[in-house]
Design a protein around this ligand. Structure first.
Ligand SMILES: Nc1ncnc2c1ncn2[C@@H]1O[C@H](COP(=O)(O)OP(=O)(O)OP(=O)(O)O)[C@@H](O)[C@H]1O
Length: 309
């Protein structure tokens, strides 16, 4: 049996269907990420699993336990990152940790948590004077104080600058090293790709696809985007476009002035042919790149929609 099993979850608010039908299973030790655009139903899904909202239908099992029968046991198994409003602004970092620790019979020592979230040097600071990133790190620390098996992090990096986001990533990776299971939601594709063992892409309350980031990217068409720009201007780009359009490996092309984009199922082959032509004509290529595929491409391929952070 998986550590977390979710089957047929559904939740409506009046006429709004926040979660239509969501099922997945998470194994112990995984970083499992739910990613999707605004309003996709990520928070509602997480809150149902955390026991904060009651599903209209569907079942949730955490280590074989269910909320209706095993409320107290589940509470000790899971850690939920509190909203910043749940922290005490006038208390220090350490006082907040001690206060949350007092709710549990066997909490982790605050000093250990402070090390983990890299706030030891700031333990005497009041919460109200912390930066956004430090507050988020404290929120993760508070979720860890009961030493839970499963930790839920709902968009822990939204609104943070790149360095602060990376600091949070480090903590999530440390949790993984400790063998914890992390359920994460995010808007950021890059984050999902870097941290997750498996990703589930959610849109309009349904799972579009679920797999490891690498497998999701692999499933995409092998078509790759190649971009070139020419030192000799628009005519060079136009002539080259005309030539590559006739290559069987090239699916389509796009040109903007002296910049040419092409989509090829065998980019290397296409480039050999293309460079043969440019050499013959004496056209100088200024830049050439083959774009890596990312989870963003997976989202676009499955939904037909552009991804917006
Ligand atoms: N308490 C509520 N009352 C009414 N509608 C709600 C409520 N909670 C969520 N919704 C609606 O349900 C849908 C899903 O919301 P949810 O917050 O789960 O999405 P999300 O993927 O977490 O989005 P975001 O990334 O913006 O947080 C949205 O249309 C939202 O407006």
């Amino acid at each position: 049996m998986s550590l977390l099993e979710v089957k047929g979850l559904r939740k409506t608010f009046g006429s709004v269907t926040a979660v239509e039908d969501i099922s997945f299973a998470v194994e112990a030790g995984e970083v499992f990420t739910i990613i999707g655009p605004n309003g996709a139903g990520k928070t509602t899904t997480l809150e149902m699993i955390e026991g904060l909202q009651k599903p209209d239908s569907g079942t949730i099992t955490i280590d074989g336990l269910v909320w209706a029968k095993n409320t107290e046991e589940i509470k000790y198994k899971i850690g939920v990152q509190p909203q910043s409003g749940a922290m005490f602004d006038l208390l220090t970092v350490e006082e907040n940790l001690d206060l949350f620790a007092s709710f549990y019979p066997k909490p982790k020592p605050a000093a250990e948590i402070l090390e983990m979230i890299n706030l030891t040097d700031h333990r005497g600071k009041r919460v109200k004077s912390l930066s956004g990133g430090q507050k988020q790190r404290l929120a993760i620390g508070l979720a860890m104080i009961s030493d839970p098996e499963v930790i839920f992090l709902d968009e822990p990096t939204t609104g943070l600058d790149p360095q602060a986001r990376r600091n949070i990533w480090d903590i999530i990776l440390k949790l993984k090293e400790l063998g914890k299971t992390t359920i994460l939601t995010t808007h950021y594709m890059e984050e999902a790709e870097k941290l997750s063992d498996r990703v589930c892409i959610v849109d309009q309350g349904r799972i579009i696809t679920l797999d490891t980031p690498a497998a999701l990217i692999d499933r995409l068409t092998k078509e790759r985007e190649v971009r070139l720009s020419f030192l000799d201007g628009e005519q060079a780009a136009k002539d080259t476009e005309w030539v590559v359009q006739n290559q069987p490996t090239v699916v389509r092309t796009e040109r903007d002035g002296a910049t040419l984009k092409l989509w090829s199922i065998q980019p290397e082959e296409t480039l050999y042919g293309l460079f043969g032509f440019t050499k013959e004509r004496g056209y100088r290529v200024e830049q050439v790149s083959i774009r890596e595929l990312s989870l963003e491409d997976v989202f676009i391929a499955f939904t037909g929609k552009e991804w917006r952070d």
